[in-house]
Design a protein around this ligand. Structure first.
Ligand code: NDP
Length: 360
């Protein structure tokens, strides 16, 4: 019996299997609004059988977008187009998830296929903010403004308002993006946070922005729905965030109502040579956090093969696998994986319009 294809219940929702679509930026929104591309892109993965489909990193404010073409959920006008998407995802058996985010000092850059580099304010770009006035470097030399206490409060309120809108749009799984060197991750990492106030210095101070933001969102996000966070659990660099710190952070977030940790890594500095690229590279970290913080986990990163995903769940490394690029290559990966693992009636994952035809 396949573990990958066992349903997974968390709070009051149930994923039909343990396969989730990792949030992947599409860089094709106008003023943050999702459009037909998002409906087809996300809808295809629901039709392909994923248990959950998570919308890309979606900005909580215009200055929190990575690029001018990022999706956002920063006005009430964003709710209706997202509603169209959540309705379709649910109609096709997937849980509708969304990741909300602020890009901090890595905001205001060109789309990856146009250079991924800083765009100046006034040229379709904007001034950026961060815990400290230190540039990311590499292709993003722009120096951000150090956030004041008022800026911090404003962004936290933006997260709360965005969570309310996500709920109104019909999402029933919310993830806070605390990873990849974006704003929250910049507060967490001593490599990007050089503050001397209560938001910088000690571990307790560096995690203050994350914990406060999480708690504020939990107050408006219903208890019946899961609230998760994606955390870069290691920076891979001496003097950066460590896995031991991240286990402690996870425990504190869990006490505040975290339902699952999405385990990720790095990207707080450019060109880090120590990243151990390889299949399932984050699975041992997800396993350790799952055991030591006693919380469900998920992770992405080079999970591509059905048996690999099956083993990750069966061996207790994660509760859910997230696939990114592999689900771009093959939106029907869950269907194909069910067939190759001999996991019951794979056709049940497909909509009736397809199932009757492919079984003939
Ligand atoms: P993959 O298993 O496809 O891993 C791909 C990543 O590893 C890419 O960053 C790739 O770089 C890098 N990589 C692989 N091998 C090497 C190597 N030898 N040296 C240097 N870099 C290497 O990852 P997933 O598809 O599981 O996705 C991983 C994460 O990325 C997830 O968090 C997902 O949400 C996110 N993602 C975001 C996308 C987006 O926002 N558009 C698209 C896809 C994933 P490179 O990028 O240069 O190929």
């Amino acid at each position: 019996m396949s573990k990958l294809f066992e349903p997974f219940s968390i709070k009051e929702i149930t994923l039909r299997n343990r396969i989730a679509v990792s949030p992947m930026c599409q860089y094709c929104s106008n003023d943050g609004l999702p459009n037909d591309w998002h409906l087809v892109h996300l809808g295809s993965r629901a039709v392909g059988g994923a248990g959950m489909v998570m919308v890309e990193a979606t900005a909580v404010s215009p200055d929190g977008r990575i690029s001018p073409a990022d999706s956002g959920i920063y006005t009430d006008q964003h709710v209706e187009p997202f509603t169209k998407i959540t309705k379709f995802l649910k109609e096709h058996g997937a849980v509708a998830g969304i990741q909300i985010a602020h890009a901090g000092r890595k905001a205001s850059v060109r789309k990856p296929w146009e250079g991924d580099d800083s765009i100046d304010a006034g040229q379709d770009g904007w001034d950026t903010i961060a815990p400290s006035a230190i540039a990311f470097g590499g292709t993003i030399p722009k120096i951000p403004k150090e956030m004041t206490a008022t800026d911090i409060k404003r962004v936290q309120t933006d997260f709360v308002d965005s969570a309310r809108r996500a709920l109104a749009a019909g999402f029933d799984f919310l993830e806070l993006h605390f990873a990849h060197g974006y704003l929250a991750s910049e507060f967490y990492s001593p490599l990007s946070n050089k503050r001397t106030d209560k938001y910088g210095g000690s571990f307790d101070n560096r995690i203050r922005f994350l914990l406060e933001t999480f708690k504020a969102v939990r107050e408006v996000w219903p208890e019946r729905f899961p609230l998760t966070a994606r955390v870069s659990v290691t920076d891979w660099i001496e003097g950066g965030v460590t896995i031991e710190e991240s286990i402690e952070l996870t425990r504190l977030l869990k006490d505040a109502g975290l339902d699952m940790l999405d385990v990720s890594h790095g990207f707080v500095l450019p060109d880090v040579s120590a990243i151990p690229w390889g299949p399932g590279m984050m699975l041992p970290y997800a396993e350790r956090i799952r055991k030591e913080a006693e919380i469900p986990t998920t992770t992405s990163w080079m999970i591509t093969e059905p048996q690999q995903a099956e083993d990750a769940v069966a061996n207790g490394q994660v509760d859910v696998v997230m696939l990114g690029r592999e689900l771009l290559r093959d939106p029907y990966w869950p269907f194909h994986a069910a067939k190759s693992l001999g996991a019951g009636a794979a056709e049940d994952l497909l909509p009736v319009q397809y199932a009757r035809a492919v079984t003939k």
